[in-house]
Design a protein around this ligand. Structure first.
Ligand SMILES: [Zn+2]
Length: 164
């Protein structure tokens, strides 16, 4: 594995372990030349999936693109690299298990939002605001309100409704 910083071929594995969901091997590596440290993930290649955009165009599912968008949504949140990796793996497994050659972007977006909602509120709202491309602040407010109402409705289900 070449060093991403200096291109040197002599990099050493410092630590190697399987992610909690068992579908990736995570390796910490260090470059013998510049001392740069980086992480690699080894995973099984599932069959190729095509994504159908709302414009009708079809393109190969881009794992890195999904990973990037999740990293942006999770920025400065208490979410680990491993959690994001597992989330991506989970989504890919779900998409692959649909058994379709082509999956609409909306299906993937819905899956990502559902998974993020479980993981972290802020990351979920960030991702959704980019994904849904709200027309204006009002539309965004409505979404937040709906999200909060849904959250409130869950734990209150067993209790008597409180008067405001
Ligand atoms: Zn290096």
């Amino acid at each position: 594995m070449h060093c991403p910083f200096c291109g040197n071929e002599d990099t050493q594995v410092k630590d190697s372990r399987i992610t909690d969901d068992g579908s990736s091997v995570r390796r910490r590596r260090e470059c013998g030349n510049c001392g740069g440290r980086f992480t690699t993930f080894e995973r099984v290649q599932v069959r190729e999936i095509f994504v159908k955009k709302s414009s009708g165009a079809s393109r190969l599912f881009d794992r890195d693109k999904l990973l990037r968008s999740l990293n942006i949504a999770a920025r400065k949140r208490p979410i680990t690299e491993d959690q994001i990796e597992q989330l991506v793996n989970k989504i890919i497994r779900e998409i692959a298990s649909l058994g379709e050659n082509e999956v609409p972007t909306s299906v993937i977006g819905t899956k990502v939002m559902a998974a993020l909602r479980e993981l972290d509120d802020v990351a979920y709202i960030r991702y959704t605001s980019v994904y849904s491309n709200f027309k204006d602040a009002k539309a965004f407010e409505r979404f937040i309100k709906k999200h909060q109402d849904k959250k409130k409705a869950k734990p209150a289900a067993s209790k008597k409704p409180k008067k405001a």
